[in-house]
Design a protein around this ligand. Sequence first.
Ligand code: AMP
Ligand code: ZN
Length: 475
Amino acid sequence: MNIRLFNTMSRKMEDFQPLTPGHVGFYSCGPTVYHYTHIGNLRSFVLADLLKRMFLENGYEVFNVMNITDVGHLTSDDDDSGEDKMEKGAARENKSVWDVAKFYTDEFLRDSADLNLLEPSARPRATEYIQQQIDLVQKLVDLGYTYEIPGDGIYYDTSKFAAYGALTGGALGGNRAGARVEFNDAKRNPTDFALWKFSPTDKKRQMEWASPWGVGFPGWHIECSAMSMALLGAHFDIHTGGVDLSRVHHANEIAQSEPITGAPWVKYWVHSEFLVDKSGEKMSKSSGEFLTLSVLKNRGYDPMAYRYMLLMGHYQSQLAFSWEGLDAAANGYKNLVRRVADIIDTKASNAIDSAVFDEWHDKILGAVSDNLKTAEALVAVQELLKSPSVDADTKYALVEFIDRLLGLRLIPAAQKLKELEAADVPADILALANARAAAKAARDWARADELRAQIDAAGWSVVDTKDGAKIIKKA
Ligand code: AMP
Ligand code: ZN
């Protein structure tokens, strides 16, 4: 099947041609684990997951990498200054920086599993690749791309790299020259960035390493160049991340890599747009006001409802989060699950109509292969499930494929729904569940959570479905 992707580098839709036939390698910038991953961050990881699923269903062998940033990401992404976010997180929580990294990595991995994100082929941590980062900086030093700011670090001189900022339309696309009142005026160019930072002399850092230039820690950008080259080779097919990364982080990754690997280092750059609030403000960790998947779950939403909400949009468009929107997505998802449960009830044999199967398979995979048009694919899924002319067995086989492609767990959810419907619930538990439904309707989340806990303690769990809350005996 023809695969098309929008390439940020060319600003065009392009037919995907792999570097090695039948194989795709891609790298996705992962989370910085100084705080919870919020549902906006998760949007960029869902993009990576959809790409992987789409390539797998097209018969590709996929090798994909998503890093964990556990050192070097400074509080000002824009001009690469400020404190290390990790050390700041450790001070905030009065924990060791390693404990902070472990805690938020585990939280992130749980969210990833809840959202049904496929495991990447490799999940390197920046602190595991310090030597590779030092080696890369050394190569740049040897090639004459760097200079030292005494007491600060080794910097990359962006004026040495003619194509700097090409990803966002030239040098000014990068760290805006002169636009900031405060930038490190020891830098030769405002767009220059740190490759290696020296440890401060007045306080002890928890994470630091010896290097040919002095004790310190790597800059944020170098980690992605080093880990991607180590795991994917000097050239690879696709690099992904959120749109905010294209202007500085990815511009810097390219500037560090291409003097060593030759251009183009990466063939296709794919960026996902922001999750924003009603006023259009980007959800961000640093503002401290953000929603996590756990919050959604505690309010009774199935993580698949959020996944469905993302899939109903397009990764290149901003998506405004609202509870009403999430309710609508939850209902849309439940309707699909209801229909799948009915298919399970009516399917008879395992014989499928292969011509009909191919027609719907190609329609749905075709939409996702065309620059990840997931909303179009979901419209086709709805049509398919409603269609009276497709028999239940063929539908079921198609839903198995749809679950692999879109990762919506329709079949397990439908099976669970059927179990719930079969359960015999005692009257006192039913009363608690009704009170919880009333609290939810009144958006009294605290009360709803309290009632859920009581139901839980009595050995039952409550699951929200299209027909209201269902109660199931815990195994
Ligand atoms: P960070 O953990 O801050 O390093 O960010 C991880 C990923 O989340 C990056 O690819 C960011 O571009 C992306 N990201 C950050 N905020 C948002 C948002 N509000 N919506 C979508 N993606 C985001
Ligand atoms: Zn990165």
